[in-house]
Design a protein around this ligand. Structure first.
Ligand code: SAM
Length: 343
């Protein structure tokens, strides 16, 4: 096989930041990765990019973008909120075009971007097939990446957006503690709602940790790189909103018996009986603690809850005041993720 075409030499990211007077904006939680070994490492964990389509979120001055284009994908689309990076991103697009490849730059908020229209329909694969040659990569601010993964898990569960093309893989950065929660297994100290939601639809892998000092400016925390491969068979058949509600209630008191948590699904006067009935229907010990439950066990609880709602539809109207949905009132806005970050 012939060697991949070489890109023309480019000034360093440090020089580019100086040249265009680009300082990191606190309001957008900008922390730049200057070390090409680290950006190369992130990209190497994403998959085989040669000839593929890559969507990068939050390219900033383009450190990670360089590592992506070095792998010679067929096309790169970057979505960046801050237009100050135009000159540096234009320079990368120009450099990429010298080897007859295309990089499109979209200035938008990724939370509002219609990702589906940015990806190639010809790259579409069946869900049970191997993942398409489409990769999502991003080093986003922590708050955005947590919101985004929830929004994207929802889209994945409905095979929308990037998942209208098949089991599109993602490689994203998170605050180290959040990364550890995403992959935490039952009985693990970090097991929480986020672990269950991520593992119901994907196989998340914590690839490596980047020390905070590798970023400019240095954030107070370290960073975990997590890759997600959508599961051929998600671990629930329930819809996202319904399953999320059950998971939220299961983890309402992390250390108590899970039956106490499930009681919060029901009005006070009937909660004890109905919660016990749910555990009976799910064939589970009511004294099991939330962090000990597997996704499959939580799914059995969800099925039992569904059965009870079919018998007593009025129960669906009950809302416990402590339970806050991660789901937005208007699907993409006001997503409450603080609980995920705290728990
Ligand atoms: N990828 C670059 C790197 O690794 O050095 C920059 C990383 S910096 C942590 C996050 C980048 O995401 C910034 O360029 C910021 O402007 C951008 N960003 C923040 N919020 C965004 C959003 N909602 N949509 C798109 N980009 C966003």
């Amino acid at each position: 096989m012939s060697a991949p075409p070489r890109l023309p030499p480019l000034p360093t990211i440090r020089d580019i930041l100086k040249l265009y007077h680009l300082s990191a904006r606190k309001s957008l939680s900008q922390n730049f990765l200057m070390d090409q070994n680290l950006t190369d490492k992130i990209v190497s964990k994403a998959g085989k990019l040669y000839g593929s389509h890559v969507l990068e979120v939050g390219p900033g001055p383009g450190g990670l973008t360089r590592s992506i284009i070095k792998r010679v994908p067929e096309k790169v689309v970057v979505v960046e909120k801050d237009p100050r990076f135009k000159p540096t991103l234009d320079m990368l697009a120009e450099s990429f075009s010298t080897i007859n490849k295309r990089m499109d730059i979209v200035y938008d908020d990724i939370m509002k971007t219609n990702v589906e229209r940015l990806l190639p329909t010809e790259g579409k694969r069946e869900w049970h097939d191997k993942p398409p040659d489409i990769f999502i990569i991003g080093n986003l601010p922590f708050s955005v990446s947590t919101h985004l993964i929830i929004k994207w898990l929802h889209a994945m569960s409905e095979k929308r957006g990037a998942w209208a093309f098949g089991r599109t893989k993602m490689t994203l950065t998170f605050q180290k503690e959040v990364a550890e929660r995403l992959v935490a297994q039952p009985y693990g100290s970090q097991r929480c709602r986020l672990s269950v939601m991520a593992q119901t639809w994907t196989f998340p892998v914590l690839r490596f940790i980047i020390p905070g000092k590798a970023f400019v400016p240095k954030p107070d925390v370290d960073v975990g790189v997590v890759s997600f491969t959508p599961l051929v068979h998600p671990l629930t058949q329930h819809n996202f909103e319904f399953f999320e509600k059950v998971v939220r209630h299961v983890f309402i008191y992390r250390q108590k018996y899970s039956v106490r948590c499930i009681e919060t699904l029901f009005p006070r006067d009937r909660c004890k009986d109905l919660a016990l009935l749910m555990f009976k229907l799910a064939d589970l010990d009511p004294t099991i603690r939330p962090y000990q439950l597997t996704v499959q066990e939580i799914d059995r609880l969800a099925t039992a809850y569904k059965y009870l709602l079919e018998k007593h539809p009025e129960l669906a109207l009950y809302e416990h005041r402590k339970s806050r949905s991660i789901l937005p009132i208007s699907k993409t806005r006001n997503i409450v993720v603080e609980d995920y970050e705290e728990m």
